[in-house]
Design a protein around this ligand. Structure first.
Ligand SMILES: Cc1ncc(COP(=O)(O)O)c(C=O)c1O
Length: 362
């Protein structure tokens, strides 16, 4: 076989061509003129005040419900520093975002994975787990989940909230993909359903670019205040320079047109991914998300991702190991396909190589 150009179905990164570089350059210029001293000085740990005010308005909450940080992952670390010690039980979906698993483990948490179905966590499994443990946190990614691509149904959202109230645990709703819905209707956020016991995390990583390192949490003010103290003890204040630029970009009303551009760029990539899977791999089970960054596959019985990865590497296709997404084991036949940073042609070629790799690994 000729040496094919590698195709990476590995990391869930945004497409570089989506970055609004010229807009950010103008916003940076204006922001520095208007807010230069504040952007270049230390400031309060919850973040650059105009950005927090903008976020509070857009989320329809008071400003003491909003904390920013250098990316939303860092907010998970702050939450662990505040709440999680060795042996504390945390429930997550299984599979879930692997970096959250790493942070929870670093703090000694006992992670109980609740199997994830196409419409959200397996509720009877959650109820069984609750009969054995009361977790400190339930960490969920209800919209276009990383890594599976699943979206939690309204009925399951309602039940999760009922269970959280009955058992007294906090819900951590990690929702960076929620604004990227390409079709279909939105469900309410868990925070809308239970504002008193939900921390809603989001980020500009998927909307502007990871380089602005600006994530935020919306939650009950006493918890937000505790996290702000952890933040202050960690870095004094977050990256005000990037937050000033992000604020000015938002103030100019540039988020809605950027969302339109992202949807126009990514929806055909999702469609290409699903169509290629249907065409070339009719016997795999694929999630069918209506937005976000990921489609996931369950390979046919008897075919393991580890063997497929080896075959794929020989065909110029790089795949991520699925095992790291499963806190309690499993996932031998799981494969995540992040489609946003590839063109429809690359996606189709990637799925052709994947189908050949699965065939060879049988
Ligand atoms: C579910 C989830 N949470 C958090 C993050 C990290 O986001 P940030 O760049 O805001 O730290 C990601 C990034 O891929 C993610 O998929």
């Amino acid at each position: 076989m000729a040496d094919p150009k590698p195709i990476n179905f590995t990391r869930g990164v945004p497409a570089t061509e989506s970055f609004p570089i010229a807009e950010l350059s103008d916003a940076a210029d204006a922001a520095l003129r208007e807010h230069g001293p504040a952007m270049l000085q230390y400031g309060p740990s919850p973040g650059f005040l105009p950005l927090r005010e903008w976020l509070a308005r857009s989320q329809q909450v008071g400003i003491d419900s909003v904390l920013t940080a250098n990316g939303s992952l860092q907010l998970i670390e702050f939450l662990c520093l505040d709440m999680i010690g060795p042996g504390d039980v945390v429930f997550t979906e299984s599979p879930t975002y692997d970096r959250t698993i790493t942070l929870l483990r670093r703090h000694g948490a006992t992670i109980v994975g609740i199997p994830l179905e196409a419409d959200g966590p397996d509720i009877p499994a959650l109820e069984r787990a609750l009969s054995k443990h009361t977790p400190k946190l339930l960490y969920v990614i209800p919209d276009f989940q990383n890594p599976a691509g699943a979206t939690c149904s309204r009925a399951k959202r309602d039940r999760i909230v009922e269970l959280a109230r009955a058992h007294g645990f906090l819900i951590v709703e990690d929702a960076p993909y929620r604004p990227l819905r390409y079709r279909g209707d939105e469900e309410p956020t868990l925070r809308e359903l239970a504002p008193e016991r939900t921390l809603h995390l989001s980020s500009f990583t998927k909307l502007i670019g990871p380089g602005v390192r600006t994530g935020f949490v919306v939650g009950p003010p006493p918890i937000v205040a505790r996290l702000a103290k952890v933040a202050e003890d960690t870095y004094i204040s977050p990256g005000y320079f990037a937050q000033g630029v992000t604020y000015e970009w938002c103030r100019r009303g540039l988020l809605p047109p950027q969302l339109d551009r992202l949807k126009a760029l990514y929806a055909p990539r999702l469609d290409a991914c699903l169509a290629s899977i249907d065409h070339h791999m009719p016997d795999v089970l694929a999630t069918r998300p209506e937005g976000g960054f990921f489609v996931s596959l369950t390979l046919p019985k008897g075919v393991e991702t580890t063997a497929v990865r080896r075959e794929a590497a020989a065909r110029g296709l790089n795949l991520a190991d699925g095992l790291a997404f499963f806190p309690g084991g499993g996932g031998e036949r799981f494969l995540r396909l992040p489609f946003c940073a590839l063109t429809p042609e690359q996606i189709d070629e990637g799925v052709v190589r994947l189908a050949a790799s699965v065939g060879a690994a049988r």
